[in-house]
Design a protein around this ligand. Structure first.
Ligand SMILES: Cc1ncc(COP(=O)(O)O)c(C=O)c1O
Length: 399
């Protein structure tokens, strides 16, 4: 590879004429769906929302789905519905979006951090050791769409009498041994925020096979109203987390192409795993043959700077110049977030180190976004060509 890095004035692998897919993807089905709701004059929590809930429950292989305003609120609602509160502990990973832990603190319980492993998900070996008499729930995150080892998670939950709540906010369509995420534990929570693989700008959902839990979540999300009770009669302490008919209609249209997009991303993810995994110093997020459908929300890659030949910051700068945007992901772990440190200090507790998550945040973790995985075979070949070019010239990248 005699060429010069684009960062140093050479020709980029991808010139400006080659665009990456943009997100969100929408077409006339979203336009028609939203317009039809607009013209109907029925904008509030009705048939479109109910239809989306039925369709999404079926898509995730669950019996019930309760929609709500976002994934954060969905987590708070399930925790409240499950009676988790002050004095209780919930085991969570430290490498995730803050909501996984903040929802636990918002209901007054304590998130207890257990490190992740090469799957970028909770290290199941360490989960059992972290259980105390106060532990009430286990809340794995299917990080980037990669399903956690649910067989082992279930056995830890059963052995210790814990509730298994899936933070499935990255894993619409992922399946473990043929069954959808969210339906693998007691319940699962999804996000439909703008960056997610189906979106209505904001939005969330809880799925479960437990009718009583679904009814309670719906009540909490609907101001505490009873199932069939009078309108101004409130049987639970609830909130208003309802979504609108426009969101329901948008989500139905988004859901109609989710399966084919998921298959497309999975094919590209597998191609990148083989090609990038063969490059010294790069390790794709570890998979598992029991994952029978893997939804990629993120394509996760670990960089060992010493073996690859340059640091993550150098890699990202060089990739950007070649026409590939790579994210460094979460810059700090949840154990380093000021809000969580204050919460722990107030309880006189110490946060653990979680070295794997620390390495992912501070030096090794990199993400491609799911929209990039909607690219063509040629786009994926460009990704590999860019990474190979960076490695060949790693020593010349300015610090
Ligand atoms: C793992 C995880 N959990 C929960 C959430 C919260 O979802 P929302 O943004 O819809 O509140 C997110 C959002 O990015 C997430 O990534």
């Amino acid at each position: 590879m005699g060429e010069v890095l684009a960062l140093l004035g050479g020709e980029p692998v991808r010139g400006g004429e080659k665009a990456w897919p943009v997100w969100p993807v929408f077409d006339r089905s979203e336009e028609a769906a939203v317009l039809s709701v607009l013209r109907s004059g029925k904008w509030w929590y009705g048939e479109e929302v109910a239809a989306f809930e039925r369709e999404f429950a079926a898509f995730q292989d669950a019996k019930y789905c309760v929609s709500c305003s976002n994934g954060t609120v969905a987590l708070e609602i399930v925790l409240q519905a499950l009676g988790i509160g002050p004095g209780d502990e919930v085991l969570v990973p430290p490498y995730t979006f803050v909501a996984t832990a903040s929802a636990v603190m918002r209901v007054g319980a304590t998130p207890v951090f257990v490190d992740v492993d090469a799957s970028w998900c909770l290290d199941v070996e360490q989960v059992a050791a972290a259980v105390t008499p106060r532990t009430k729930a286990l809340m794995p995150v299917h990080f980037g769409g990669r399903v956690c080892d649910m067989e082992r998670m279930r056995s830890v939950a059963v052995a210790h009498g814990l509730v298994l709540i899936e933070d499935a906010c990255h894993s619409w369509g992922s399946k473990w041994q043929g069954k959808g995420t969210g339906a693998l534990g007691r319940c699962g929570v999804f996000s439909f925020q703008h960056s997610k693989n189906i979106t209505s700008g904001e939005g969330g959902a809880i799925v479960t096979d437990d009718e009583e839990l679904a009814d309670l979540c719906r009540s909490i999300a609907n101001c505490g109203r009873g199932k069939d009770g009078p309108w101004y009669y409130h049987v639970n302490i609830g909130t208003n987390a309802r979504i609108t008919e426009m969101q329901g209609a948008l989500l139905r249209a988004q859901l109609s192409r989710l399966e084919s997009q998921t298959v497309h991303r999975e094919r590209n993810g597998q191609y990148l795993d083989a090609a990038l995994g063969a490059i010294a110093g790069l390790t794709p997020q570890a998979g598992d043959t029991r994952i029978t459908r893997r939804a990629y929300h993120l394509y996760c890659l670990h960089l060992d700077a010493a073996r690859f030949g340059c640091s993550r910051a150098q890699f990202i700068r060089a990739a950007e110049a070649e026409g590939l945007t790579v994210s460094a992901g979460y810059p700090i772990t949840l154990c380093e977030q000021p809000a969580i440190q204050k919460f722990y200090a107030a309880q006189g507790r110490e946060l653990p180190l979680c070295p794997v998550a620390h390495d992912l945040s501070h030096s090794g973790g990199m993400w491609l976004l799911h929209a990039q995985l909607l690219g063509s075979e040629e786009d994926m070949e460009d990704v590999v060509a860019i990474v190979e070019k960076i490695q060949a010239h790693a020593a010349s990248i300015p610090a």
